[in-house]
Design a protein around this ligand. Sequence first.
Ligand code: GLP
Length: 241
Amino acid sequence: MEVVVVKDAREAGRLAASAVTALLARTPDAVLGLATGSSPLPLYDELARRSTEEGLDLSRATAFALDEYVGLRRDHPASYRSVIRREFSERVTIDPARVHTPDGLAGDLVASCAAYEDAIRDAGGIDLQILGLGADGHIGFNEPGSSLASRTRIKTLTEQTRRDNARFFSSLSEVPHHVVTQGVGTIMDARHVVLLAGGAAKAQAVHGLVEGPVTAMCVGSVLQFHPHTTVIVDEAAASAL
Ligand code: GLP
């Protein structure tokens, strides 16, 4: 695991964008894993800038989002489908038909989770997975106690995560209780993981991720076993290291 301490979110975004740019230069049909939350937003801003100003070409790339709320209408502004469209797909040259999010409205959620796993596998697996980090150490929506070998499945959010994410909704009661998320095992299959975390609220989670014991109580710590993970943090998030 490589830990890079940067000065601010913008620098973090630039560094992560350089990893994406280098990958696309080598592999124009790369498969990206996309995260939501606020941490990756500077990365998407930088990819949008490079697309417009420097001709960064994502037209042959494919992308899979990490997770989605269950039961939230697709066009709700906080659905991860909407977020990925707004922040990423509509600002770069990727073919929108090649950008996938788990279906939180499927009639048969279990079958739909299995189909999502198949789609990732059929695309050749994820070359570069972007990740954020929950204050409790979660990655994707794999809350504390998640199986470290899990695949895409339904999870129940903790109250802390619902509260943390309430800022994207008009009230806490509107935040769904259930989500579909790629599993920890799914994330571990990505060939390169780039995790972004900033701010003092993430310091304990970053400590657990980098220096803690590998434990399902801080799910991100499993990345200590991943062969190629880059952790990009600002000084506040690195303050407990
Ligand atoms: C949500 C997402 C995670 C994200 C986390 C942290 O729970 N499902 O993928 O990492 O939020 O979000 P933020 O970057 O806004 O702190």
